[in-house]
Design a protein around this ligand. Structure first.
Ligand SMILES: *Cc1c(COP(=O)(O)O)cnc(C)c1O
Length: 392
């Protein structure tokens, strides 16, 4: 059979039918599974077959369908589904690292990712070196012969720095280090992270994969060996597994993932182009705007600029708050990738924990707004944003 295209995989890959032949994927809302005999229980604990399950923390048919579907789309051998994006980030790192190991990480990270690298791993004796992720010389200087892993967000939150996956992977692989990427902003649709050299690709499924703001979830994609022999034992024993109900929501959402994300990215591109140069804006940051510092890399690495833009509003916090409070369609919240457009003020919310110096170092100004573009009509969104900018 020829390899199917992404849209086909998003609808069909990983489907497992029960004896009833249901069309829509079934939710196996069960934590346990019955064995016909004591001998069968013993055998399953020695080695479970592909259609044999033991306990939902270890695996569940609905969860397995989601894992197989996302692995098919991402192009990795396997995937392990987790209770949230953070369970996936923590699971990918903590499962493979031990005291004395060295990790190099980009500094521009989602706050909870920074917490894991800066506060959790170091507490267990892992040494972490932070670098400016866009500076290849800094990666080269920080990666050592004993470096076990590198970690970065392929597009950083919220300032949308683009990291050269291929170049960093080449440096990491030269010393045998694993390349672990948080790929949320690239989405499974625009990602080619595996081909570009990422070994382990992590998503918060809470974002575009659900895409409708309902469930937390996450996933770790990688080789079968990494997923089943490294990540799974850690996650199934420490409790980070995805619930079957949430897996079912994610499975159904994946059917429309390509359509949704492409529509959102198209609107995001149009809004970025139209708003750039507006009198109330210091700047518009969007990876596929020619003014983006890594425009050429962003074009080479991603088929679209993504669904999120950053607007630096004139007048600092006061200007940003006047803008937020004047929005009618766009909601003030902190999810992203949702069907509803969402605006966030990182300096006072998601990145409030950082010192002003740390925020300045990451380019998070007091006027910065992260705008996640939803599925509303592009013209309506543009008018909403322009009206709010007039209020600045
Ligand atoms: C949201 C997010 C996470 C965490 O995901 P949760 O599902 O909220 O745990 C991790 N990394 C990035 C880049 C994110 O945007």
């Amino acid at each position: 059979m020829t390899e199917k295209q992404t849209r086909t995989k998003l609808v069909h890959a990983g489907t497992r039918r029960s004896q009833y032949g249901e069309v829509a994927e079934a939710i196996f809302l069960t934590q346990g599974f019955v064995y016909d005999t004591a001998e069968a229980a013993e055998a399953r604990f020695i080695e479970a077959g592909a259609d044999e399950f033991i306990y939902a923390r270890y695996g569940n048919p609905t969860v397995r369908m989601f894992e197989d579907r996302i692995a098919a789309v991402e192009g990795t051998e396997d995937a392990f589904a987790t209770a949230s994006g953070m369970a996936a980030v923590n699971g990918a790192l903590a499962s493979m690292l031990r005291a004395g190991d060295h990790v190099v990480s980009a500094r521009a990270l989602f706050g909870s990712c920074l917490y894991i690298l800066e506060e959790v791993l170091t507490r267990y004796g892992v040494e972490v070196t932070f670098v400016d992720g866009t500076d290849l010389a800094a990666w080269r200087a920080a990666i050592r012969p004993d470096t076990k892993a590198v970690f970065f967000e392929t597009i950083s939150n919220p300032t949308l720095e683009v990291i050269d996956i291929e170049a960093v992977a080449k440096l990491a692989h030269a010393v045998g280090a694993l390349v672990i990427v948080d790929n949320v902003f690239a989405t499974p649709i625009f990602s080619r992270a595996k081909d570009q050299g990422a070994d382990v690709i992590v998503y918060s499924a809470t974002k575009h994969i659900d895409g409708q703001g309902r469930c937390l979830g996450g996933v770790i994609c990688g080789t079968r060996d990494f997923v089943r022999k490294v990540a799974e034992p850690y996650l199934k024993h420490t409790g980070g597994s995805l619930s079957p109900f949430n897996a079912w929501v994610m499975l159904k959402s994946m059917e429309t993932l390509d359509l949704r994300v492409r529509a959102q990215a198209e609107t995001a591109q149009a809004l970025a182009e139209t708003l750039e140069g507006h009198a109330a804006l210091e700047k518009v940051i969007f990876p596929h705007l020619p003014s983006h510092p890594q425009y050429d890399l962003a074009r080479a690495q991603m088929a679209a600029g993504g669904t999120v833009l950053a607007l630096d509003i004139k007048g600092g916090k006061a200007g940003a708050f006047r803008f937020l409070n004047a929005l009618e369609i766009v909601t003030i919240s902190n999810n992203l990738g949702d069907a509803k457009s969402i605006a966030t003020h990182p300096a006072t919310t998601t990145h409030q924990r950082l010192t002003p110096e740390q925020r300045a170092g990451l380019g998070i100004t007091d006027g910065l707004i992260r705008l996640s573009v939803g599925l509303e009509d592009a013209g309506d969104l543009l008018r909403d944003l322009q009206t709010a900018l007039a209020a600045v």
